[in-house]
Design a protein around this ligand. Structure first.
Ligand code: GLU
Length: 484
């Protein structure tokens, strides 16, 4: 076991987004590749936006993806004492100070900066407040925030494992707030106190936090702890390079689940968003990813999200899944569609697995899989409109189906090989091409023009259902004969 300790620290203010999930994955791959400890921390200090049900969902999403953690979840909301006492220590060491500036005063300063087109900075009014003035403020009942005393010259350098050294001018950083007037720590402060107290060796997180890092470094220096290493992973953008959002389809892990994606496919796909194992390898098991993962191979540039590729990968995993696993994963999708009930008997379960085996070739999601298997479970099939024109409206189709039914009754056993041989014979006898026989049969028993091999379907449906559907098709053709 190495002494590497990493954390994934989501804020429970929404569902786990693909960006967050990818950050969790990179933490997970890294820590497993070096044999360290993976910590889950819930950053729930924002009392207004944090919700317990989001925490539950985040945890459920992480479990579904298979990112098991070794410690936690720790909750920032339960660690208020730690932040308060660390802030008190900074105050006692004069590394932080209380600021009594009113919201109105600060807003005035902000407006003025805005008018002059310059970035606003806290002017440091309360930096060296005389104790008399402080007393007066307290008497007035003013509330205070706590600010960190930051250097106004020099620079703070982040030595990022992915980006190299990134330097920030200290002049650009003002004395920022570490504890709000309600006593809650700000993200930058709570995060640093936790990272340091939890012995985090590597902070791996989204690029959007890079601009927070100099502030966090200054907090850490003031607190006098050893700094962790940092790695900021690139953004994930939509194909048009805009920010990934709802209009690009599913973006949260829960939505991907609902659309019928498998965790292995999502994990495999996310791993390649900003990282590559080299040698153009694309399909990788979790173990293979862990074996070849390194932060040095993570890109600096944004990764582009491509749902077509994700769907292709998902199709691959659907085909690779063991029958029992695929059945278990698909069952909720069949239930949701009303095709299956809660409990399946053993024979029903075996039949379900045979159906899945037949239809899984082309399905890219479990939703598509349930769609492709629908006719095995529906009482009535609905005919594809184009199919009707092509396969039912041809002269003599009803007659052809009648002959077929008569002869099919005698076919025994009613399996793939025997029914196929029967169709070959019928073709020879009638002088019709096999396609001419297959097309209306397929439409009659599935309602569709495409799908798995016809004889596989016939075998699965069995004689009774096959014949009943052919009879229904004859009725349909008779009724609509001549109409367009
Ligand atoms: N709670 C922060 C977020 O979800 C964590 C950032 C960090 O990893 O420090 O963005």
């Amino acid at each position: 076991m190495s002494n590497v300790r990493v954390r994934f620290a989501p804020s429970p203010t929404g569902e786990l987004h693909i960006g967050g999930a990818r950050t969790a994955l990179f933490n997970f791959l890294y820590v497993r590749s070096v044999g360290g400890t993976f910590i889950l921390r819930i950053d729930d200090t924002d009392l207004e936006r944090s919700r317990a049900d989001y925490t539950d969902k985040l945890i459920a999403s992480l479990r579904w993806l298979g990112f098991d953690w070794d410690e936690g979840p720790y909750y920032q909301s339960k660690r208020l004492m730690e932040y308060t006492s660390e802030a008190e220590r900074l105050l006692a060491d004069n590394k932080a100070y209380r600021c009594y500036c009113s919201i109105e005063d600060l807003a005035k300063g902000r407006d003025a900066a805005h008018k002059e087109n310059r970035a606003y900075q806290y002017p440091g009014k309360c930096r060296d407040l005389a104790s008399e003035a402080e007393k007066a403020y307290l008497k007035e009942g003013r509330e205070a925030v706590i600010r960190l005393r930051t250097p106004d010259h020099g620079s703070t350098v982040v030595d990022d494992q992915i980006r190299g050294e990134v330097s920030f001018d200290n002049e650009m950083l003002d004395d920022f707030i570490i504890v709000k007037s309600n006593g809650q720590p700000t993200y930058n402060f709570a995060s640093v106190v936790d990272d340091l107290q939890m012995g985090i060796t590597d902070v791996i997180r989204a690029e959007e936090h890079l601009s927070n890092t100099p502030r966090q470094l200054l907090c850490a220096l003031a607190l006098g702890y050893k700094l962790p290493r940092f790695a900021h992973v690139p953004m994930i953008l939509a194909p048009d390079r805009s920010k990934l959002s709802k209009r690009h389809g599913a973006t949260s892990v829960e939505e991907f689940y609902n659309e019928g994606y498998l965790p292995e496919a999502l994990v495999n796909y996310m791993a390649l968003l900003g990282w590559s194992p080299g040698e153009d390898r694309e399909i990788l098991t979790l173990e293979e990813m862990i074996d070849s993962f390194s932060l040095q191979r993570v890109n600096k540039t944004a990764a582009i999200y491509d749902v077509t590729k994700l769907a292709w990968m998902n199709g691959h995993y659907i085909r690779e899944y063991k029958p029992d696993k695929l059945a278990e994963a698909s069952l909720p999708f069949f239930k949701r569609r009303g095709l299956l009930r809660e409990e399946l008997s053993d024979p029903e379960y075996d039949y379900f697995k045979r159906v899945l085996k037949a239809v899984r070739e082309r399905a890219r999601t479990l939703v598509e899989l349930a769609d492709a298997a629908e006719y095995f479970y529906l009482e009535q099939v609905e005919y594809d409109v184009k199919g009707v024109k092509k396969a039912f409206k041809k002269e003599g189709t009803a007659e052809l189906l009648r002959t077929m039914i008569e002869e099919l009754r005698a076919v025994e056993p009613f399996d793939r090989e025997t029914t196929e041989a029967f169709y070959q014979d019928l073709g020879e006898k009638t002088g019709l091409s096999i396609g001419r026989l297959i097309q209306p049969t397929r439409l009659a028993i599935t309602g569709r023009m495409g799908g798995p091999g016809l004889f596989e379907i016939i075998e699965l449906l069995g004689k009774e259902k096959t014949i009943a559907r052919l009879e229904k098709a004859i009725d349909y053709i008779d009724r609509y004969q001549g109409s367009d």
